[in-house]
Design a protein around this ligand. Sequence first.
Ligand code: SF4
Length: 364
Amino acid sequence: MTAPAANCDITPLGCPEPCAHSKVWRTIQICIWLGGIALLLSLIFAPDAGLHFLWHILIPIAPALFIFAPGVWRNVCPLGFTSLLPWNLGLSRRHRLKPSTQGIAYIGSVVLLLLILPLRHVFFNSSALASALAISVLAALALLAGFLFERKSGWCASLCPIYPVESLYGSCTPIKVRNAHCNQCYQCVQVCPESRFGTDPTGAGTTRFHQLAGVVMTGGFAGFVWGWFHAGDYAGGSRWHVTADAYAYSFGGFAATLAIYLILSRIVPTKRGSTLNRLFACAAVSCYYWYTLPNIFGFGSNPAHAAVNLSTFLPDVTPWIARAIATAVFFWWFIIRPSGHHRWMKPPPRAPKPVEIRIRSKSE
Ligand code: SF4
């Protein structure tokens, strides 16, 4: 008979970690997770409020959080918390994924991201039920990945479609927080995105699959964002036209900037490679806020979509000033300010290797 591994003291909550999680982080995680459930319910039972909160408040804030404090986001993301529920309840099968399989899953995350985003124009921006369904499917996938695979290897560090955006935007934050999910490191992924020095959106130091997905994402995402904002939302009539437009604009822009990136990466000296990556990350997020900021403050085509409607108090030039300031801040953040390499989180100590205690039965 084989006794449980010596380091797996099952706590009263079932968490197979010997020391307590930070109570503050755990409280925040649970509150935000409950907020996610509330959002899901509001999409079903109060669709207008749910749609407004999701697409006009939450999503416009998210990229800024990925840029300035990706570690904070990774600690509190409700999908990440969902994925780690099986682990925290002691139910995870804890299969270990090979690095190459993790790399293939990362390609899957980029593909998922690029396929899902244009569907906002077709379904999600206008249909609360479709948005609720999409979130539910992602939550189910996260839960399944957490049930099958070791810690973050199946979802947060591989298949999650938000992870490529975090990797791209969060490549030069100096804000480091404690890892509120991992009290100990079980080395669930080959190169931990949270503990590694100098997060590189092109996946340097990992498998060729990570690198392929990373290069495609770094080069193509700026154009993808630009193209996405040039497609319109479904407003009745044929959904096929809206779908074709959404994918054509998004992938047209994607192909254009990816081609420019690939040409530049051959010209630019290797030691300047990270500056080139940061330039493309800066272009993607600047483009995002260029089109989003007027909507946030009520200067867009539909003031009802504003997070804070200031259009009645402020002059018409306000969006241009906001765009100029945001672009300057991002340029400073990505290109002028960076020095040295940064981590998203303080690395936790390594977990001791499991020790198997064999107990002889009488018949042995
Ligand atoms: S700190 Fe360790 S256990 Fe936690 S996600 Fe990173 S590699 Fe996995």
